[in-house]
Design a protein around this ligand. Structure first.
Ligand SMILES: [Zn+2]
Length: 77
């Protein structure tokens, strides 16, 4: 009976250690991609906010699509 309790206690301790390890590595893995993907930039042509990864970049300016980049450069020339 006492042996069974020791085995059960050992299994619980090992399980808790593994769970702690997985949860901490999971948190650090989650925070970085979220903060990168949610960075929004504003289109200079139509003022729409788009994710920086999907935006068309021209120097310091961002655009939601190639067409708005062309529209904006036509207007500023
Ligand atoms: Zn636009």
């Amino acid at each position: 009976m006492l042996r069974n309790l020791i085995i059960i206690a050992a299994v619980i301790i090992v399980f808790m250690i593994l769970r702690k390890r997985f949860s901490t590595s999971g948190n650090t893995g989650k925070t970085n991609p979220v903060s990168n993907s949610t960075h929004m930039v504003q289109c200079q042509s139509c003022d729409t906010y788009v994710p920086e990864t999907e935006a068309v970049r021209e120097g310091k300016h961002f655009f939601c699509c190639q067409q708005h980049l062309r529209d904006w450069s036509d207007r500023t020339e």
